[in-house]
Design a protein. Structure first.
Length: 155
């Protein structure tokens, strides 16, 4: 039974207005706290906070993934540009090391001429049958070969 029904037989002290506002001492309702309702609300609030936190975590991971994919794309583009630059530099290096180019520049800019036949000496390491040991075979140079050929004609 409600408090206002308990006093139904007694007239109110001074009742002014529909909301009971006035100079009276209104009856105060005392309500027992419902611990199960409070616990249920707390569990629901915690569950909602956990769900929101999980969703925000997933969104943060997705944003991080998108940023990393943009970074990877940028790095791939940089790598492709650097590989192309490396290829061009290798071509340029091969061109600069070309013996025909070096010989042409030596003749035109430095005024060099091809060596005469008697000016070419072959090292033992590069002659067929030549060993690496010093003194193992007689010197085999173009001048020595011509000298031997000349000695053979004279005898």
């Amino acid at each position: 039974m409600r408090v206002d029904q308990q006093r139904a037989g007694k007239p109110p002290a001074v009742w002014t207005g529909a909301f009971g506002l006035g100079s009276q001492h209104a009856a105060r309702f005392h309500r027992e706290t419902d611990r199960t309702l409070r616990r249920t609300m707390l569990v629901a609030a915690m569950g909602a906070a956990l769900a929101v936190g999980g969703v925000l975590g997933v969104v943060a991971l997705r944003v991080h993934q998108v940023r990393l994919s943009y970074q990877i794309d940028g790095l791939r583009n940089t790598r492709a540009a650097l590989e192309e630059r490396t290829r061009l530099l290798r071509v340029e290096m091969a061109t600069l090391r070309s013996l025909a180019r070096i010989e042409g520049r030596a003749r035109t800019e430095l005024g060099m001429v091809p060596p005469a036949a008697n000016q070419v000496l072959l090292a033992r390491e590069f002659v067929a049958g030549g060993g690496n040991a010093v003194g193992a075979a007689p010197p085999r140079t173009a001048a020595a070969e011509r000298a031997r050929a000349g000695d053979a004609r004279v005898r």
